[in-house]
Unconditional design. Structure first.
Lengths: 432, 443
């Protein structure tokens, strides 16, 4: 193929705000691709991901029966994919100097590497092992001990406990209440057959994305994709989401654990809808203007000894679940929650301070402009964009012109104090 | 003095004060970090650590902390960072700022100049409080409570807590055992007077390195700090003596228990190889081959082959010569894990690793050196961590030295490692069975 033929297949986006150029295409196999070359860098970073995570645990393929698979299987599959029939992916990567890894979340699984030499070899290994599952009784069994230790490692983290409990308090049925890794018990039910079933359902090219950033040549990357991506039969996947009445299950959940100071997570459940880039940016800005270190609220809570610098506000956006969150450590999480309620009511009445909104907006703008700074960050943002249909460039531009009026409206929607849960991990009454 | 790439500039701007600028136009952000290196002393670490937090809360120009935070936001989200760590026998106290490079700011605002100015305000002009002395009581109260909560919460990160317990036990009586972030019992002694004294002491006697990485001209920044430090009567004490290698006489084995699901095991080794020893590069490669990557022996054997853990990794500190192996295991597998870890170290010491394993570790390390050039933060920390070394190298120079390391040098490093301490943080024993709780009940 001539060079221009290959390059013609890209849609090229030159972003004036960030100065970046991104090459987009959908490969004939169905894999969505985005490449952001940064020739002045030494590092190249690639991620190959599937829109498949722990919440995709109940599905049907091509109109067939629904299957409910054991908790933690997406994560287990990620571990096992590293092992091919002849040798492990890590062993193969060893010859390239690449630093390779993978992760599984609620709604995605990604395989990645970064390297400064031998990019083509490493890229070939990534595409190859992810497309070649090999599971036997023996290899699946061998992994059980390793994953059990990973699960226990998380269980020893009180920060993880308090979040996991919040999800249980907010959602009755939604699989976000289940830990990504599953439990030691649930992973004992995982078999090679189940792994193959999940693999063939979710690791089909239509459901996958590939992003590359850094010292790479887009044309060469696409040529390698042509060589290495295997066509597969396409399937229609239907993911079953449980009914949700939109209300939290319980407004308070508590666990005793030997922590010096209570840890908390406070969640405001929202009625689920897909939010726009502009709304995503707006909520980040008003969180910081109303509750962040620039706010009067933050200063007041610090003086009342209810928060420390670990206090923060956040959000959760997943298929079928969205919420506004607060987290940190506090001598009295219940008192802090009441203070947050009061502040929410006040802001709903009086509006967000325009001066602080402008402060937070500028800070957000700076953050968005510098987002595309490192190869790994770039590839990760592009990966999310391709997988979930978001557009980080649109979001960056929104940071330049969002207004406080828009913010006030969205704020009212995102904080419903009658629909919140407080999760606390603290020492037992007798000091545990 | 400029090096051959014309991008690194180094000057001495006062007694014991080095200014270094690395000119980089590839990034959208930039940073300026001021590092103070002060001898680690048990009785002074706490007040020094509180001082560094206090400097960000207590600036005369911004009497309220929220005002400072608003000023940072208006500088397009400049991020202030204060941190405390240890390096060799020094406590490293850092006040730094990371900001959007001027080229990406709308209009012709000079954010870099403002950030340098802000940093010097924070360091040199703390609030003057009640009765004309430095710092205010209300700021101190908040800072002390935050310090107390930070110190008490260390235990929440069980793996990290286990590592510091291992160091305390292994290096008892040596400066390395001192916790740079300070001690709970010393907080009540941190008064405004004590802080004012510590501030004068740090400003006038500590070794200082100021590092700037970014696209802007370094001269205005250099000038600001040269003037500020020029107004201080400097009596730099020089650097403390580096750590001394201590041959372990016997292996200390300590098990402590708390509410846990998984045991955290830390094995602490000592090596007589620490800066400025020429062999530190070989020791770094040895640690990488041993347990520093997914291609290393510990990952391949303790995790992949024996399925004993999710993580088992090694880390070597060239400023102290200490080598740690950290893993999360079932308590019942302790002996098996220890045997296997020792066996893998012996394989390296006996030069019995394969060429593939050796080459993979080396290639991995060369890539890591290359990678340093690709972020402002990694360039900055590359230089700040070399302050105590005999000479300062670029990542490229370090990579050249790494290329020259031989198999036998790596084997020699491994054979010099002596096991000093095995520390296990394990689940509490069940009152009924006497067995560890949270064990393999489901397997």
């Amino acid at each position: 193929m001539r060079m221009s033929d290959v390059m013609d297949r890209f849609r090229i986006h030159e972003d004036s705000l960030t100065g970046e150029t991104v090459y987009y295409t959908t490969h004939p196999t169905g894999v969505k691709i985005a490449i952001c070359p940064k020739p002045e860098f030494k590092t190249a970073y690639a991620t190959f991901g599937t829109k498949y995570g722990s919440i995709d645990n109940d599905f049907s393929v091509d109109g067939g029966e629904f299957t409910r698979v054991p908790d933690g299987i997406a994560h287990y599959l990620e571990h096992k994919l590293f092992e091919n029939e002849d040798c492990g992916a890590f062993e193969r990567y060893a010859k390239t100097g690449a630093c390779a890894n993978a992760y599984t979340g609620y709604d995605k699984t990604c395989y990645l590497f970064s390297c400064t030499r031998h990019f083509e070899e490493a890229f070939g290994i990534l595409l190859d092992f992810v497309q070649k599952p090999f599971f036997t009784e023996e290899t699946v069994e061998k992994e059980r001990g390793i994953i059990a230790q990973e699960i226990k490692m998380y269980q020893d983290s009180p920060g993880w406990q308090v979040f996991a409990n919040l999800m249980k308090a907010m959602y009755r049925e939604h699989p976000v209440r289940i830990d990504v890794g599953g439990t030691v018990e649930s992973i004992s039910q995982i078999t090679p057959e189940l792994l193959y079933q999940c693999y063939h359902t979710f690791y089909n090219p239509d459901n996958m994305v590939l992003t590359v950033a850094g010292k790479v040549d887009p044309q060469r990357v696409l040529e390698l994709c042509d060589e290495l991506l295997q066509p597969k039969e396409r399937h229609e996947i239907v993911r079953r989401s449980p009914e949700d009445d939109g209300k939290v299950v319980q407004s308070f959940i508590e666990q005793e654990s030997d922590v010096p100071l209570p840890l908390f997570q406070l969640g405001f459940k929202q009625s689920y809808r897909r939010i726009s880039e502009r709304e995503r940016i707006l909520s980040g800005i008003f969180r910081s203007a109303v509750f962040g270190p620039i706010s009067d609220f933050y200063d007041r809570m610090m003086r009342k000894k209810l928060i420390n610098p670990g206090f923060g506000a956040d959000s959760l956006y997943l298929r079928g679940a969205s919420a506004s969150l607060f987290q940190g450590m506090s001598a009295s999480p219940e008192t802090l929650r009441d203070e947050i309620f009061e502040e929410i009511e006040r802001v709903k009445r009086e509006g967000i301070c325009p001066r602080l909104f402008e402060c937070a907006r500028r800070s957000c703008y700076g953050g968005m402009v510098t987002l595309f700074n490192n190869a790994d960050d770039i590839a990760d943002y592009l990966c999310d964009d391709l997988m979930f249909g978001t557009d980080t460039f649109v979001a960056a531009r929104a940071a330049a012109d969002v207004t406080v009026e828009e913010a006030n409206e969205l704020f009212r929607e995102q904080y419903d104090i009658s629909n919140s849960s407080l999760s606390v991990v603290r020492r037992g009454k007798e000091g545990n | 003095m400029e090096n051959n790439e014309n991008k690194i500039y180094v000057s001495t701007i006062g007694e014991g004060i080095r200014f270094r600028s690395v000119r980089e136009t590839r990034f959208k952000n930039a940073c300026i970090e001021v590092h103070f290196y002060y001898p680690l002393k048990r009785e002074e670490v706490t007040v020094n650590a509180v001082l560094i937090s206090m400097l960000r809360r207590s600036c005369a120009k911004y009497p309220q902390y929220s005002e400072l935070r608003r000023a940072l936001s208006m500088l397009y989200g400049a991020v202030l960072d204060t941190s405390v760590s240890n390096i060799g026998t020094c406590q490293m106290l850092t006040v730094g700022i990371d900001y959007v490079d001027d080229r990406f700011i709308p209009g012709d605002e000079c954010v870099s100049g403002e950030c340098a100015g802000l940093l010097s305000e924070l360091i040199f002009r703390p609030t003057v409080g009640e009765n004309g002395s430095l710092f205010r009581e209300d700021d101190l109260e908040i800072t002390l409570r935050n310090a107390e909560e930070r110190i008490r919460s260390r235990i929440n990160d069980k793996a990290e807590y286990a590592s510091s317990r291992c160091t305390e036990i292994m290096c008892e009586g040596e400066p390395m055992s001192i916790e740079p972030g300070g001690y709970l019992e010393d907080l009540p002694g941190v008064t405004r007077e004590a802080l004012a004294q510590a501030w004068r002491k740090i400003i006038s006697t500590a070794n200082v390195e100021i590092i700037m990485v970014g696209g802007a001209d370094h001269k205005p920044v250099e000038k600001i700090f040269a003037q500020e430090f020029g107004a201080v009567a400097r009596e730099c004490k020089g650097l403390p003596a580096p750590p001394v290698y201590k041959e372990p006489t016997e292996v200390k084995e300590v098990t402590e228990r708390m509410e846990l699901q998984q045991s955290k095991m830390i094995m602490g080794f000592r090596m007589p190889i620490l800066e400025p020893d020429d062999r530190t590069m070989a020791a770094r490669l040895m640690s990488l081959l041993f347990g520093g990557a997914t291609t290393s022996l510990l990952f391949k054997n303790v995790r992949e082959k024996l399925s004993l853990c999710y993580y088992c990794s090694s880390g070597y500190s060239r400023s102290s010569g200490l080598l740690y192996v950290r893993s999360g295991i079932e308590e019942e597998n302790r002996e098996q894990a220890i045997e296997e870890i020792k066996r893998q170290l012996d394989i390296i010491a006996n030069n019995a690793f394969t060429d593939d394993e050796f080459n993979a570790a080396k290639l991995f390390s060369l890539s890591a050196f290359d990678n340093i050039a690709d972020s402002v933060g990694s360039i900055e920390s590359w230089y700040s961590m070399q302050f105590l070394d005999g000479c300062v190298r670029t990542p490229e120079q370090a990579a050249e030295r790494m290329k020259a390391v031989t198999r036998s040098q790596v084997a020699e490093c491994a054979s010099s490692a002596r096991l000093d301490t095995i520390y296990l943080l394990a689940p509490e024993l069940s009152e009924e069975t006497g067995e560890p709780e949270g064990g393999n009940e489901n397997e």
